[in-house]
Design a protein around this ligand. Structure first.
Ligand SMILES: [Zn+2]
Length: 641
């Protein structure tokens, strides 16, 4: 596909108006703030084709077609995206007067938006500039390094790798020539301030550049690797924390991996960028890495949106083990199942890929050990299982991974397993777990742990009565519920923030256009840029999905009133306050959110229950008892809803 610079597309967006374009095909009438036409895609006599001039989108209430300006042209003249750009450029060129896009955020919000937009543009352009420099004569060293790591052209393109010149001011000059102010260079972390002066110098010099993208594929920062093996400088220099870059909220590679997480059923967490690149090249497109920092709860939350399972592929050394232990506790706390890949000593995914190829890496990555047995095995390597003190230390290490587990059934089962391994009575482990739980001050408020009733608690010789779930009615179609959630998080920032923190709900996000649209909004929240969410969706293919298009075209929740921005009299003279401008209280939207949440969770519990009941029909012995326990727990949760 021929490359069209983003800038030009932006320019076209600025200079054209969807109302004019649609008007070139069918008569358009203005009604209130909106424009309406008889739908050009289906036969009708009364207009149900709504054109939103502010967002530059369309939606047909009749045939449910929706999209933005480019989608409209694609449908009308039967072409692709590039064809639509050419068509539009031919037709309008630069002669068309600029279309104004009304914004109601007020001057401060607008200023902030412009600042962010400019910074974003700078980061993207800097990444492209570094990428371009990689092909220049000065970058010989960087190319030689890439060659030595066997990183091919495809990977260089996919991950947009680059090179920064061996200079203190090359970037400063480049940016100045493009009109970027020094404050913006500083805000985006591209330069450092000189000691005791107001001047700046390039932060990255003579290094291999890994641009770091957020989930929306925007460059937010850089990681720069040293090229001289003997230099005393740090191996990696990373962008500092800023408005644009929060390392705790970024997983390297997630922009490429998100779509694969559901297919693979798990995320693969590596240590570094080169590992992620190697995995993707080997077809393991579910690989990500925490970016220049330890794995955080925030990272767990990002992954949990698409999967409940994480496989860790950390180096087989003490540091890697420590990192794995810490990460397991964080994942368990977040309700994510963890497993560990045992890499051969002294190897990492990158070196395995280089030495053994894709096949070797895939086969090593396919052998995983669940977190608790892994912790046990590692603890036994360090402590002496035959000494009482050693046993005690092993128990402490393994319980550290068991304690955070939210599911009491799983905690019980793991304790029972550990008791068997150590030839200790189960009660001893339950007591130790309770003590550990109590000592965790931040968990003081949670209910004390009680082991789920085990076989020993039941009168001998009596099997429990067959388990029956109460009759239930299936909740409304989940699709409808997700539609309401998209509506809420797209229009109300407080609810978007709430959903971003609501792992119990986000883990249920479906793999559908609606689910992806909600993910997009959450990705904006993660980047502190919720106000960009609507724009991001309007510029995305997702808007073509009828349900997503419907939510964008018309909210089921009339807007809460905002302070009115002065609007040009000519544009809105005819608009009278309609039902859309009526007040809706924050309580009402919060209530709607709660309702959706409960419905989704109930549906999920019912789904799991029926699965377990099905399994119970053929299960016997210990397995049946375990299923019964799980069903009891599910029933308890259901009653709580
Ligand atoms: Zn239509």
């Amino acid at each position: 596909m021929p490359h069209i610079p983003e800038e030009f597309i932006d320019q076209l967006r600025q200079r054209t108006d969807i109302v004019d374009v649609v008007g070139g095909f069918v008569p358009v009438k203005k009604r209130g703030a909106d424009h309406w036409a008889c739908c050009p895609f289906h036969k009708e006599k009364t207009p149900s084709f709504k054109i939103d001039s502010q967002r530059q989108t369309f939606y047909c209430f009749g045939c449910k077609k929706s999209g933005n300006l480019f989608h409209f042209i694609q449908e009308m003249v039967n072409t692709d995206f590039v064809g639509a750009i050419h068509w539009l450029a031919d037709r309008y060129g630069l002669a068309v007067p600029e279309a104004h896009r009304a914004g109601g955020d007020g001057a401060a919000g607008e200023q902030r938006r412009q600042w962010r937009e400019k910074g974003q543009k700078l980061l993207n352009e800097a990444a492209d500039w570094y990428h371009h420099l990689l092909q220049q004569p000065q970058a010989e060293k960087a190319r030689a390094y890439l060659h030595s790591r066997e990183i091919d052209g495809d990977a260089i393109e996919k991950f947009n790798l680059g090179y920064c010149l061996d200079s203190w001011d090359a970037l400063c000059h480049w940016a100045a020539s493009r009109g970027y102010p020094p404050e913006l260079l500083q805000a985006t972390g591209l330069v450092s301030q000189k000691d005791g002066s107001t001047g700046f110098y390039d932060r990255f010099r003579d290094r291999l550049i890994f641009p770091i993208h957020d989930e929306l594929n925007r460059v937010v920062g850089f990681s720069a690797r040293i090229l001289s093996p003997d230099a005393k400088a740090a191996k990696y220099v990373n962008s500092p924390e800023s408005d644009f870059f929060q390392k705790g909220a970024i997983l390297y590679g997630l922009n490429h991996a998100r779509a694969s997480l559901k297919t693979f059923g798990h995320a693969l967490v590596c240590e570094g960028q080169l590992d992620v690149i190697a995995c993707h090249r080997a077809g393991l497109t579910n690989a990500v890495a925490a970016q220049g920092t330890a794995f955080t709860e925030n990272h767990a939350r990002l992954l949990k949106r698409s999967t409940n399972n994480v496989v860790l592929a950390f180096d087989a050394d003490t540091a890697g083990d420590k990192a794995a232990q810490r990460t397991i506790a964080i994942l368990h706390e977040a309700g994510v199942t963890a497993a560990v890949v045992s890499l051969p000593a002294g190897e990492d995914p990158d070196s395995i890929f280089r030495h053994g190829g894709a096949e070797a890496l895939r086969s090593i990555m396919s052998v995983t050990e669940p977190a608790v047995p892994y912790m046990f095995r590692r603890a036994c390597d360090i402590h002496d299982l035959n000494l009482p003190e050693g046993k005690s230390l092993i128990v402490a290490d393994v319980l550290a991974a068991i304690r955070p587990l939210a599911d009491p059934v799983a905690r019980t089962a793991h304790c029972q397993w550990l008791a068997t391994q150590l030839h200790l009575p189960e009660n001893v482990l339950f007591d130790a777990l309770n003590a550990l739980q109590a000592s965790h001050a931040q968990h003081a408020a949670s209910t004390p742990f009680r082991p789920a009733p085990g076989p020993s608690d039941r009168p001998a010789g009596r099997e429990p009565a067959p388990f029956r779930l109460p009759a239930f009615t299936m909740p409304e179609d989940n699709e409808k519920v997700w539609q309401t959630i998209l509506d809420l998080v797209l229009h109300f920032e407080d609810l978007a923030l709430r959903l971003a923190d609501d792992a119990e709900t986000t883990r249920l996000l479906p793999d559908t256009p609606l689910g992806m649209a909600i993910s997009r909004v959450l990705a904006c929240v993660d980047q502190n840029s919720w106000p960009d969410a609507m724009d991001a969706l309007c510029h995305d293919e997702l808007i073509r999905h009828p349900t997503v298009g419907a939510v964008i075209a018309k909210s089921a929740f009339p807007y809460r009133p905002k302070p009115k921005a002065p609007t040009p009299v000519s544009a809105f003279a005819a608009s009278a306050p309609g039902p859309e401008e009526e007040d809706i209280s924050a309580e009402k939207t919060a209530q709607a959110y709660q309702d959706c949440r409960k419905r989704l969770q109930l549906a999920e519990l019912l789904r799991i229950s029926s699965e377990k009941q099905l399994a119970l029909q053929t299960a016997t012995g210990e397995e049946a008892k375990q299923l019964m326990r799980e069903l009891t727990e599910l029933n308890r949760k259901k009653r709580l809803l």
